[in-house]
Design a protein around this ligand. Structure first.
Ligand code: SF4
Length: 92
């Protein structure tokens, strides 16, 4: 079943591409991204996958830093832990 919230977030991501440096990073077979338009700065991603995600203190949003520094399971956990669904971990 298609999650309408996710589709809306993807649309927002496409519309905002280029708004934030490092919002999307591909690693091997995965594409990891943060939608800055719906990130509320809860920092769950930074807590569960430190290294893969960083936090921009000025803009108060997360950004993808080095996803290959953590296991895929950590990336998936970060995706599930985001309260707004701002993180996308997809097969490339
Ligand atoms: S967990 Fe989600 S809302 Fe919180 S900082 Fe990370 S991307 Fe933003």
């Amino acid at each position: 079943m298609v999650d309408k919230k996710r589709l809306a977030a993807r649309s927002a991501l496409s519309a905002s591409e280029g708004d934030h440096e490092n919002e999307t990073t591909s690693i091997d077979r995965l594409l990891v991204s943060v939608d800055p338009s719906i990130c509320i700065g809860a920092r769950n991603c930074v807590r569960v996958a430190s290294g893969a995600f960083g936090f921009d203190d000025y803009q108060q949003i997360a950004k993808v830093t080095n996803p290959s520094s953590v296991a895929e399971e950590r990336l998936r956990l970060a995706e599930r832990s985001c309260p707004t669904g701002a993180i996308f971990v997809e097969n490339a």
